[in-house]
Design a protein around this ligand. Sequence first.
Ligand SMILES: [Zn+2]
Length: 248
Amino acid sequence: MIYKELYDEFIFKGMEEEEILEHIKKEICDIGKKMYDLGFVAATDGNISVRTGEFEYLTTPSGICKAEMSPDRTSKPNEIIHVDTSDGYDRDKYLFRPSSEFKMHLRCYRERPDINAVIHAHPPTATGFAAAGIPLDDYALSEAVMIFGSVPIAPYAVPGSDDVPESIAPYIRNHDAVLLANHGVITVGADLKQAFHKLESLELYAKTILTARLLGGPKQIPDEMLKETCDLSKGYALKHPGFKKYSD
Ligand SMILES: [Zn+2]
């Protein structure tokens, strides 16, 4: 179900298509500002997208600070871009180009028909784990076990290259959050708010595990309660891997 349909009965009820798209654009700008204010991105880092139709997306422009984006429809370099991929995707045909990482977003949508929003950012603690090559798979925090199970690391690929979508594909199929080795993180959700909440939860998870490591190391939830804790994810729009370890 695409984004517009998902919310038809709630905030979008009775709204014209143009109004709905304006609403989503504003939501992208609001989330971009939050990401910047939380220190999850600096300068022009990061990118956000929302699937609005079978071949249609709204996404953030290349080279713009995520705190300075504009939802208005005049042709400004900081406006949110409408991408139509019904004839394929050619980044260069847009006056203001989508992020070079938008290909990674498209791959997420291809792999995950259940999602309608993708966020890429560099939150420093989770990205620290990505830089250190340490997956988040301790199964030591109840909420993180419920939301994520584990968070794997996709192998390094040069940002913007065609290798990035390939590197994340096997992981994003089974996880809503993936660390990108030597780079950052990606989170996905049925809607933009969910993708952002996963980004926030991922960074807090990484911070807490870092603290546990400083205090002698995280302790896994007891075996007899682990499955039950994983199963708390059922009934929510979460892609949960169950008990799946990635560390050696
Ligand atoms: Zn990045």
